[in-house]
Design a protein around this ligand. Sequence first.
Ligand SMILES: Cc1cc2nc3c(=O)[nH]c(=O)nc-3n(C[C@H](O)[C@H](O)[C@H](O)COP(=O)(O)OP(=O)(O)OC[C@H]3O[C@@H](n4cnc5c(N)ncnc54)[C@H](O)[C@@H]3O)c2cc1C
Length: 467
Amino acid sequence: MDAIVIGSGPNGLAAAIVLAEAGWSVVVHEAQATYGGGARSAELTLPGFTHDLCSAVHPLALASPFFRALPLAQHGLKWIQPPAALAHPLDDGSAILLERSVEKTCAHLGEDATAYKKLFGPVIKNWQTLIPNFLGPPRVPSHPFQMLAFGLRALGSARKIAEKYFRGPRARALFAGLAAHSMLPLEYSLSSGFGLVLGAAGHAVGWPIPEGGAQKIAGALAGHLKSLGGKILTGRRVDSLDELPAARAIVCDVTPRQLMSIAGTRLPAAFHRRLARYRYGMGVFKIDWALSAPIPWKNEACGRAGTVHIGGTLEEISFSERAAWEGRSCDKPFVLLAQPSLFDSTRAPAGKHTVWAYCHVPHGSSEDMTEKIENQIERFAPGFRARVLFRKIHSPADMERHNANLVGGDINGGAATLGQFFFRPTAKLYSTPAKGLYLCSASTPPGGGVHGMCGYFAARKVLRDLR
Ligand SMILES: Cc1cc2nc3c(=O)[nH]c(=O)nc-3n(C[C@H](O)[C@H](O)[C@H](O)COP(=O)(O)OP(=O)(O)OC[C@H]3O[C@@H](n4cnc5c(N)ncnc54)[C@H](O)[C@@H]3O)c2cc1C
């Protein structure tokens, strides 16, 4: 056997594909009964309702240089672009929409339309050259001046950038919601970078959903891997490297904590100590609903968007994110909501709907956030609760039970702080001191999201080292 991959998330499958394309024999061992890790779907509520267990909306998958080069459409992946990427309702009854068109988006921003173009314009214009740098390990950028200009804005805190560029609450709120995907307090360095990339992605590639659910992404990756001769074994949790047959390389789609446990004494004590210092981030509390009808948004335009950011103003979102980071409870959490069945009829029986939403909570929190999340939705969609046929809640502990990589509910494989964004989990990135043992999960650059780039770069490193 040439390579064993532990874990079948998008990064594990990506690593397996790169190795199989190089002619290596590859077997993927997956702990769960189904493959796909953070890109899986299932009937979580009622028969006929398909829900995404983890990822739901996929700008990074469509932007991924690696995924773009694969024949995923041939293996059943079909993207759906909702008419608008994102809606952000406000208490005055209005809603800001992030549309594919910059002009149409600016029409929602009043006095800040010009500032929005000034902030996002260069990122959208240089998207093709910036994205490979953003979705890759630290290296000398291919276009240093463009990258420098981007870096000066991206490295800052979202709050500082929003308050510097925008005068009104609307553009500030939009940027705060985008930046909150960083799962960092909005006053932290780098939170701005997430806002810039996700906002620009809305214009450059859209925020698509896969027809049939996120499992179709994993299915297409698995289909391609199998066509190259690769194998996936499900229900095979690896607790120790000693359980595995001999292989030239073992590539782990796991986080540092599991790597320490699986590798044991094959890793020197000093490396264990470094991995033990790796910081996991805040967790998520997620709910999936089956609804009898679409969400009754006060502002009907929210029904044009695949994703809805529920959290009001920059100040409110910033308060909620800081509370989760600092281990405090928050009565009005920032809620990220997706409503895929409005655009994909395969997700629910005719006339019925699926909704997916989560809020950020303190790492490992055991607080039941159901009421607080639903109150937030009711605030902008009175009558929502009356349409609920079934709800399935997932606490951070539930999340970790169905995917060991979601440590304490952290969905990004570790906090994306300045110190851990570029060099994660250690300065060795994908390598370890043990010969033939590699890491390829979201705990390596470029971090969380369904894009497969961690797996791609890890496998390239394997090939360079062992060819
Ligand atoms: C609730 C939620 C919402 C999200 N929303 C989005 C979104 O909308 N868009 C987006 O792009 N990203 C989203 N993400 C993030 C995205 O899902 C992850 O960043 C991505 O899946 C990471 O891929 P990965 O391959 O590194 O790890 P994972 O996808 O987590 O896969 C790891 C795999 O390894 C397996 N495994 C772990 N330990 C072992 C072991 N010892 N033996 C065998 N197998 C093992 C696990 O079972 C799992 O299948 C979301 C995540 C969550 C949880």
